[in-house]
Design a protein around this ligand. Sequence first.
Ligand code: 9YT
Length: 138
Amino acid sequence: MIVRRLDDVDGTDRDVKAPTFSSRRFLLRNDGMGFSFHDTVLYAGSETYIWYKHHLEAVYCIDGTGELEDLDHGVTHPISPGTFYALDGHERHYLRATTDLRMMCVFSPALTGEEVHDEDGAYPLMESKQEMEEEVTT
Ligand code: 9YT
């Protein structure tokens, strides 16, 4: 069983800072669950373009307000506590945070923790550093 508190993750290498959000990764690929689980805060006033072409993501808002613009379907959805969305079609989207927006995210396949958004707003499909090292040594 894995038990972690936000204090265990905050300020560690599982706490990833991007220009418009911070993402605290409770579960990553090397935890072996098959998905990763993140507590993210998108900063008030920010806009983030995202296209997770290699991953599925489910998101649940627990605090704050903002909006989700689905660029593939031309629809904008308000976000507030209790809003859930799942990117089952790898939709390109904008996330706009009116206030700090706290979102719980699940990624499949799991992130390794080393990804950064590329110019398309995507995370690449990555092997974890440990797995790459194992391949070199085996
Ligand atoms: C809700 C959302 O997609 N935020 C962007 C950050 C991303 N989910 C992450 O890396 O945790």
